[in-house]
Design a protein. Structure first.
Length: 305
């Protein structure tokens, strides 16, 4: 891993990869909320330490409890007994719903940009966007409005993913879903992992197992993550056979098909979106640990430069 020196210090992009918090959000936490203060090089570049990693874990803990980012500074300093748990997630959700119901695309984009810059994407999706999607789909909102909202959100995630790919040089993850109805959750996961410097490849919904194998011959990946929409019986058998023979480490989420675990390449079963923020961070942490072991082993053997 590309540490700045032997004391355990990290430039901002390396720190983003380790914590899952993108550089834009880290800068917002520093400038707007004052909840993290990086060190500076002589030329003024930010760098972070192992202590900052622990600090970010504490921030993420309070966000997972439902507190808004504006209350986290007080929570870190004095604990929950001094902070009101009247979070503004409901207010953010209502603002998005009102903008969506009026098809106000400019205001929607402004609200999303504010949310994505203030929170890790997985947290913002779980606490704000997912409840809005549930409301839009289950209320009396006209279908054309709900469809337009979903289209705009997919377009936003797609643009974010392309922007991330221009900069990311981390491990390659192939992300797939078997149905367009699961595509928004899949894209949210892709962007959350992309914010942590993973190079996420996503080529649209519903590939067959054979097509996924073909993609892997053209896009070598370190891991495969498949998010499932409920399968019909004919698809169930195809995916069972594919997963039993898969030779890459793979994560499964959604309505997973019943399958035995491949002894050589274990499957990890996860739930989305209810635990998206925690499970994405778990994937990031596990992958960072594997990268650290790989780097140390190759350094000792003289094979890593």
């Amino acid at each position: 891993m590309s540490r700045m020196d032997e004391r355990g210090t990290y430039p901002i992009r390396e720190f983003a990869r380790l914590t899952g918090v993108n550089p834009v959000t880290l800068r917002a936490w520093e400038r707007r909320y004052g909840i993290i203060r990086p060190e500076r090089t002589e030329k003024g570049h930010r760098f972070y330490t192992d202590e900052h990693i622990q600090h970010v874990r504490h921030i993420l803990y309070w966000l997972d409890q439902g507190y808004p980012i504006r209350q986290v500074k007080l929570l870190l300093k004095e604990g929950p007994e001094h902070a009101e748990h009247n979070d503004d997630w409901s207010n953010q959700q209502q603002q998005i719903i009102r903008a969506a119901q009026h098809l106000n695309t400019q205001h929607l984009d402004e609200l999303w940009n504010a949310g994505f810059s203030s929170y890790p994407l997985a947290v913002y999706y779980e606490r704000c966007l997912s409840p809005v999607l549930h409301f839009m789909r289950s209320s009396n909102t006209p279908h054309v409005v709900t469809h337009a909202f979903e289209h705009l959100l997919k377009r936003k995630f797609g643009a974010m993913l392309l922007q991330q790919q221009r900069h990311n040089r981390g491990p390659v993850l192939l992300l797939a879903t078997n149905h367009e109805h699961a595509e928004i959750e899949t894209l949210a996961c892709a962007c959350a992992l992309g914010a942590a410097e993973f190079r996420v490849e996503y080529f649209g919904p519903h590939p067959t197992p054979a097509e996924l194998d073909m993609v892997l011959t053209m896009t070598p990946a370190d891991n495969v993550w498949i998010h499932f929409h409920p399968l019909i019986p004919a698809q169930q058998k195809q995916w069972q056979q594919y997963l039993a023979a898969c030779q890459l480490p793979h994560f499964l989420s959604g309505a997973m098909p019943d399958t035995s675990v491949n002894e050589n390449h274990a499957q990890t079963l996860i739930r989305l979106p209810e635990q998206l923020s925690r499970q994405v961070r778990r994937f990031i942490t596990d992958s960072a640990s594997r990268s650290r072991v790989y780097a140390e082993n190759n350094t000792h053997s003289g094979g890593f430069h």
